[in-house]
Design a protein around this ligand. Structure first.
Ligand code: SF4
Length: 375
């Protein structure tokens, strides 16, 4: 298949739905986690949940980097934005995420220089164009975006650009999956593996999930047919009593990952001994910090930040939703105090947040799925 329409073809989607219903043992309840927030959005946007039998349950995972960032990190980054001649640059996804004293956009409304950038290279360009100011890029993301941050820092060093720094919040996916599997209140049968992260890390890092934990993993693309096919592949394994790692997203994900991207990350980053995740607490070796050889471009080494731990508002149940223990609509604030217009938690803001996906798509039945179901 070559074009996106083919991955959304109603007759193929209907067939995949039938195959899932055929493979699912009616005497068993399946709990499958889609790790990536991009999958969660596709599942709700295209109404895929409605094609599954009731005993195949999808659990939303922690793969939304904006959502897992604790409020204290946002406060730390924004504390620097208040300095004179300082530009705080971040992806658009971050702009409405609440910190204790407001979101980056609210800081902008108060007169601070907050800019949306589309890549770390854009932030570097800002630094070049504003030599009298300091530009700090608030970096977030899993291994998907970490290589571009790394390459931008290499560039800054090569150019000797000293009015640029990075506030690094990059996290790594494998320790988060391990924390979820270690969680006593979580029972899972398999994983729809993250497609974007795997373009960088490849499929091998998931081997332990299959070998040691006995859970199948299928790395998946993001189109409706990709996700349904991945569920078919998982159910086939579960039916045969197998647990292995498979790659459904071969058109994008190389089994061994992207060596050049991994090299760039290794040049600039090392593992933090531990890092706090919203909902999952402190997880050892789960995030990246900037090596001392790049200290001059590391905002945390260059400036002082409060580093205070901030807990989420008491009634917010973002942690339980992130762990997959609660569905978004089960949070007491969902749709009342917390909406995309007035978000309490990051899961309602980010384009990959499960609460935003639920809120925006829950009642919609997209045309393609409706026609597929009618066939
Ligand atoms: S509805 Fe709001 S407060 Fe509740 S889990 Fe979602 S983002 Fe967090």
């Amino acid at each position: 298949m070559k074009y996106v329409d083919e991955f959304r073809a109603p007759e193929l989607i209907a067939k995949a739905g039938e195959e899932i219903r055929r493979l699912a043992d009616p005497n068993r309840h399946y709990r499958i986690m889609e790790v990536c927030g991009g999958h969660t959005h596709a599942i709700y946007r295209f109404g895929l949940k409605d094609l599954l039998p009731p005993n195949v349950e999808l659990i939303h995972g922690p793969g939304c980097p904006v959502c897992v960032l604790p409020m204290g990190r946002i406060d730390d980054g924004l504390s620097l934005a208040a300095q004179p001649d300082f530009i705080f640059a971040a992806f658009g996804d971050m702009m409405r995420v609440p910190g204790t004293h407001g979101s980056p956009l609210e800081y902008k409304a108060r007169g601070m220089d907050v800019r949306i950038v589309y890549s770390p290279a854009d932030a570097l360009k800002l630094a070049r164009n504003n030599p009298e100011k300091h530009v700090m890029f608030f970096a977030i993301g899993f291994e998907t975006t970490a290589p571009s941050t790394a390459l931008t820092m290499v560039r800054a060093k090569t150019e000797g650009l000293h009015n640029f720094s990075v506030f690094c919040n990059h996290v790594t996916i494998i320790p988060a999956i391990r924390a979820i599997l270690d969680s006593p209140d979580m029972r899972l049968d398999g994983f729809v593996g993250p497609g974007h992260v795997s373009t960088v890390i490849g499929c091998r890092p998931y081997d332990w999930i299959a070998q040691d934990e006995g859970k199948p993993v299928v790395v998946s693309g993001f189109e409706p047919l990709d996700i349904l096919q991945s569920i078919v592949m998982l159910l086939r394994q579960l039916r045969k009593g197998e647990a292995k790692v498979e790659n459904q997203y071969k058109r994008v994900v190389p089994w061994e990952g992207n060596r050049a991207a991994l090299r760039a990350m290794a040049e600039v980053f090392e593992l933090r001994p531990y890092f706090e995740w919203r909902g999952l607490g402190f997880i050892s070796q789960s995030a990246l910090k900037i090596r001392s050889s790049y200290a001059e471009w590391d905002a945390e080494q260059r400036f002082s930040v409060p580093g205070v731990r901030v807990t989420d508002p008491k009634a917010a149940q973002c942690g339980e939703v992130l762990k997959g223990v609660l569905k978004p609509a089960q949070c007491k604030l969902f749709g009342n105090e917390c909406t995309p217009e007035q978000p309490v938690g990051a899961l309602m803001v980010s384009s990959e947040g499960s609460c935003a996906a639920y809120y925006n798509y829950e009642h919609r039945k997209p045309v393609i799925i409706a026609s597929a179901a009618a066939n």
